[in-house]
Design a protein around this ligand. Structure first.
Ligand code: PAF
Length: 288
């Protein structure tokens, strides 16, 4: 596996590969790799000639009081995992390489970036879209792989790629879960042993609400089942959002009559503090 820490090296290699007619699959990450990331990498390996993974904890997507400093890191362990999967290239830039002094340009996908997580993490998606666009320009991928656990992030990146006419296929991949349904996330590390035992409640709450919808309940009833199930957990400190949303616009559907909603799917989505860990999860539900 080649490891490049300079943008120049990565760009030169990407150009050589592209000119040779190779397809490049790209998995951008912030490291501390878990099975969720590895599933994206396996898919990229299966669908492309070359797979590039980036590890970069992107400071501009963290708010001033967020977990940038304590975000879990394990570069040695990550490199071992990438080698075991036969990844071709790891792009591992420094903060200075990505944002040199005098850096001034940011990308914003309007509207979608202010909803759900965006309402609680102002500037977060501006940081995500900016770094992802930069990484796309550096890695020049044919396809890029994102997990559906970050449903809003994937939707926003698809919108950016469409709006800016970027010739890259965005592949949204299923959420990988622990045995009790907890969505895999690097931030699960913040859970204590006791909290971890109970954290499957987040997925159970989504399943309970999905069940209600399948039984023909309205959106209000499903949203209230979701919140009530979550509230039964003593570890949930704060529910930031938990409701039924339009999966294209992210509008809250609580007050919409299910009979006049014409789309085939909704997304149940939550963000909450479980102990000290901010967890997000979601479930797409087919209505008809
Ligand atoms: O999902 C992530 O890990 C990050 O938001 C990403 C896409 C790597 C950008 O920093």
């Amino acid at each position: 596996m080649d490891i490049f820490s300079e943008i120049d090296q990565m760009q030169r290699q990407a150009s050589i590969l592209t000119r040779a007619g190779k397809t490049i699959g790209f998995v951008p990450t912030m490291g501390y790799l878990h099975e969720g990331h590895l599933s994206l990498i396996r898919r990229s390996r299966a669908e492309n000639d070359i797979t590039v993974v980036s590890i970069f904890v992107n400071p501009i997507q963290f708010g001033p009081n967020e977990d940038l400093d304590r975000y879990p890191r394990d570069i040695e362990g990550d490199i071992e995992k990438l080698r075991a999967l036969n990844v071709d290239v790891l792009f591992l830039p420094s903060m200075k390489e990505m944002y040199p002094e005098g850096y001034k340009t940011y990308v914003i996908v309007e509207g979608l970036s202010d909803k759900l997580c965006g309402a609680f993490r102002p500037g977060h998606f501006r940081g995500v879209t900016t770094v992802v666009l930069k990484l796309f320009n550096i890695v020049k991928p044919t396809r890029a792989y994102f997990g559906l656990k970050d449903f809003q992030q994937t939707l926003i990146i698809k919108q950016m790629v469409r709006d800016l006419n970027m010739d890259i296929q965005i592949i949204a991949c299923p959420t990988i879960r622990e045995h009790d349904g907890l969505a895999m996330s690097s931030r699960n590390k913040y859970l204590t042993e006791e909290e971890r035992q109970g954290a499957g409640i987040v997925y159970r709450a989504l399943l309970n609400a999905a069940e209600k919808l399948k039984e023909g309940a309205g959106f209000k009833e499903a949203a209230s089942t979701l919140r009530e199930t979550l509230k039964s957990s003593p570890h949930i400190r704060e529910i930031q959002y938990a409701s039924v949303y339009d999966p294209e616009t992210l509008d809250d559907l609580t007050d919409v009559d299910v009979k006049i909603y014409k789309k085939p799917e909704v997304v149940l989505a939550v963000a909450l503090y479980y102990g000290n860990a901010r967890l997000i999860d979601n479930l797409l539900v087919k209505l008809r």
